[in-house]
Design a protein. Structure first.
Length: 322
C-alpha cells in the first residue's frame, strides 16, 4: 500500500473474523431419508435410478439440504456471523446478495446417515466496487460429516454492500422505474382456481374430500391422506403474523424497500406469505392481528395483502390485561 493510499479501517476489523466459527457440532434435523430425496428429484426432474430403490444414495447437490435448520434454527450457532453483519450494517453496507456457492463431494450420503457439520467464516475480501455498489465479499465454509468421515464441503459467498446511487438528472429513467409493472404470479392448472377466487375478492383454501384437512398453498393432492379429490372454503380474512422478514434491497422497479413480508396464520389454521400494509415495516410484530384486503397494483394485477387490524389488536391487549 502506498503512503498516500488510505487504510481501510473497517476492512481490518472485518479480517479479524476470518477463521471464526459460525456453527460448532451442528446436527442435521433429520437423517438422510427417501421422502426428501424423492421430493428433491421430483422438483429437479432428476430420474437417475441411483436415487431410487434399494441401495439408493442422495443426489450430491442435496448436501446443504441436510444441514438446514428451518424456522426453529440450530443449536451450536455462535454470534460471529451476527457480529460481522452488525459491523457492516453500521458502516452502511446494509444490502446483501448471494453471489455463488461451491460444493465438493467426498462421500455418498445414503438413507439413514446422520449428518453433522461445522461452519466457519473462511474469508472476508478487501473492499470491492461492483455495479451494485461498494462492499465486501464474505465466504462461509461448511464441512459436512457422517461420524468422523468428511462427506462434503459447502462454500457460500455473499456480497454485503452499499447500493450505488443513481446519477442525478436522469428523470426519464426514474419515471420508467416508477411505472414498471410488478412480476406476474405463475398461474397453472394446480392453482388457477385460487387466482380466479382472488379476482372475485375471495381467498380460497383447499379442503380434502377424504379427510377434510385444509391445505395452502394449493396442491394436486392431500398431504395428510393422499386423496386427490377436494373442494374449497373461503377464508374469513382474519389472521395473525406468525413470522416475518423486512426486505432491504437495492432499488428495484415496482418495489420500494424496506417493506415487510409476513407468514400469516389464518383463522382457519393454514398459513400464507404476503405483505403487511397499513403499518410501518419496523412496527410489524409476531402475533400482530391482521385483516385480509385486496390491493390493485395495475390494470391487470390484484393481490391479497394483510392490513394491521388495530381493533383486534386492542381486543388482544385488553384480553391479555384481564
Amino acid at each position: 500500500m502506498s503512503a498516500t493510499e488510505p487504510t481501510d479501517e473497517l476492512g481490518v476489523r472485518l479480517k479479524v473474523y476470518e477463521g471464526q466459527a459460525v456453527a460448532v457440532a451442528g446436527v442435521g434435523k433429520d437423517p438422510v431419508n427417501m421422502p426428501m430425496i424423492r421430493h428433491w428429484c421430483e422438483v429437479m426432474g432428476d430420474t437417475h435410478p441411483m436415487y431410487a430403490g434399494p441401495g439408493a444414495m442422495a443426489p450430491p447437490t442435496m448436501l446443504q439440504a441436510w444441514t438446514m435448520g428451518g424456522l426453529s434454527g440450530h443449536t451450536g450457532r455462535t454470534g460471529a456471523y451476527d457480529e460481522l453483519f452488525g459491523l457492516l450494517d453500521e458502516a452502511g453496507y446494509a444490502a446483501v446478495v448471494a453471489t455463488d456457492c461451491e460444493q465438493e463431494y467426498l462421500r455418498p450420503l445414503r438413507p439413514g446417515d446422520e449428518v453433522t457439520f461445522d461452519a466457519v467464516i473462511e474469508s472476508v475480501s478487501d473492499r470491492k466496487t461492483t455495479k451494485l455498489g461498494t462492499g465486501y465479499f464474505v465466504t462461509t465454509r461448511m464441512d459436512v460429516r457422517v461420524g468422523e468421515e468428511l462427506a462434503g464441503t459447502h462454500r457460500f459467498r455473499i456480497l454485503k454492500y452499499a447500493p450505488a446511487h443513481r446519477k442525478r438528472g436522469d428523470e426519464r429513467e426514474k419515471r420508467r422505474a416508477a411505472q414498471a409493472l410488478r412480476p406476474r404470479p405463475v398461474v397453472n392448472r394446480d392453482n388457477a382456481g385460487f387466482w380466479e377466487g382472488v379476482g372475485r375478492h375471495q381467498l380460497l383454501i383447499q379442503r380434502c374430500d377424504g379427510c377434510d384437512a385444509l391445505r395452502f398453498p394449493w396442491l394436486p393432492g392431500c398431504q395428510a391422506c393422499g386423496c386427490l379429490e377436494w373442494d374449497t372454503v373461503e377464508a374469513t380474512g382474519d389472521g395473525t403474523v406468525y413470522s416475518y422478514v423486512v426486505m432491504h434491497h437495492p432499488p428495484f422497479p415496482a418495489f420500494a424497500p424496506p417493506y415487510a413480508v409476513a407468514l400469516v396464520e389464518l383463522a382457519e389454521g393454514v398459513r400464507i406469505v404476503s405483505n403487511v400494509v397499513g403499518v410501518p415495516h419496523d412496527k410489524v410484530r409476531i402475533g400482530m392481528p391482521v385483516r385480509l384486503e385486496f390491493r390493485r397494483y395495475d390494470d391487470e394485477l390484484e393481490l391479497p395483502v394483510f392490513r394491521a387490524d388495530p381493533e383486534r389488536a386492542d381486543e388482544h391487549r385488553t384480553g391479555g390485561e384481564g
